[in-house]
Write a protein that binds this ligand. Structure first.
Ligand code: PRT
Ligand code: ZN
Length: 284
């Protein structure tokens, strides 16, 4: 009995998907050229597929779970459960127009031609904004559509923005923010569901660890209360006496979101020798 996972064969999500599984302690043999492999130390079978095919395989129950971009999932309107956001493959589906255009809002697009590989998501977005436009579905190189006279605007994935820039386009509205997600089949059977639970437990530990840092610092004892108040910690900070009289070592865990604010506060309260260390796994 195995849990079957579908991941992208080769592309932007492949490496990070394999890396995440590896960080969960699952060794997947090098899949180059193979369509499926079995992990040596977890009952997991991996299918390597084109990302566009993953939702269907999972919906049909051929694979129990899959890793795919939210953009692909929403475009295909398949009935899958999103189990977890995975924090990689981040991008946005954006509207862009030639950089000289005076774009004052989505109503600019009324009656215009928009080239995209995401007609469903774009159609919903336009409908929400009461804009009627002509959607031209093309499967690749969307960014060249305006310069060859195919469309006045495009709707495409953007990460750094350099593709838009080199094609003389500017990003004007974000239609969707996307990242890779773990999805599960509505047809998943009970034994596979139990394995999925195990996998998700490990993924949580890995993802939580990535979002947090371990912090060690030296604090003068007369500032300890103040400093401990700033530091959240998993339960509360650990405080150990230093060999030097009047000082303590304080250990805690910080979330990346409020990280720099807290560091500044700690320094202002007299903390010294602050060390910040990555965490490998975090189980709470
Ligand atoms: O062969 P297969 O069908 O499996 O792969 P694919 O070519 O369809 O997909 P791939 O590997 O390009 O992308 C897989 C997933 O990665 C996408 O579905 C998104 O969820 C995610 N992702 C994250 C991106 C990007 N960032 C991204 N920048 N997918 C595509 N791009 C493209 C974009 O289409 C544009 O051409 O990169 C270009 C823009 O990048 P910047 O950095 O210049 O803005
Ligand atoms: Zn694809």
């Amino acid at each position: 009995m195995k849990l079957k996972i579908a991941i992208q064969k080769s592309g932007r999500l492949s490496e990070d998907s394999l890396k995440l599984l590896k960080e969960c302690g699952i060794d997947i043999p090098n899949g180059t050229g193979k369509l499926k492999t079995e992990a040596s130390n977890f009952p997991l079978e991996t299918f390597f597929l084109r990302d566009d095919d993953i939702p269907k395989y999972v919906e049909d129950g051929v694979a129990d779970i899959g890793i795919v971009g939210e953009n692909v999932l929403l475009e295909q309107k398949v009935a899958l459960t999103t189990v977890q956001k995975l924090g990689f493959g981040k991008c946005r589906l954006s509207l862009a127009v030639p950089k000289g255009v005076d774009y004052e809002g989505v109503s600019y697009l009324a009656g215009k031609r928009i080239a995209t590989s995401y007609p469903t998501i774009l159609q919903n977005y336009l409908a929400q904004h009461n804009v009627q436009a002509q959607i031209h579905e093309i499967s690749g190189s969307v960014e060249i559509a305006p310069s060859i006279g195919l469309a006045e605007a495009i709707c495409d994935l953007v990460s750094s923005g350099s593709t838009l820039f080199t094609n003389g386009l500017k990003e004007v509205d974000t239609v969707l923010k996307s990242e890779a997600v773990l999805v599960a089949s509505p047809k998943i059977a009970a034994p596979q569901e139990a394995l999925l639970k195990k996998l998700v437990f490990r993924m949580n530990a890995v993802l939580k660890a990535k979002r947090n840092k371990y912090i060690l610092l030296n604090a003068p004892n007369d500032q300890l209360d103040e400093i401990c108040r700033i530091l959240p910690g998993m339960k509360s900070p650990t405080v150990l006496p230093l060999a030097m009289e009047g000082w303590s070592s304080v250990h805690s865990v910080l979330n990346e979101d409020d990280f720099w604010d807290i560091i500044e506060n700690l320094q202002a309260k007299g903390a010294e020798g602050i060390l910040v260390v990555p965490i490998e796994k975090m189980i709470v």
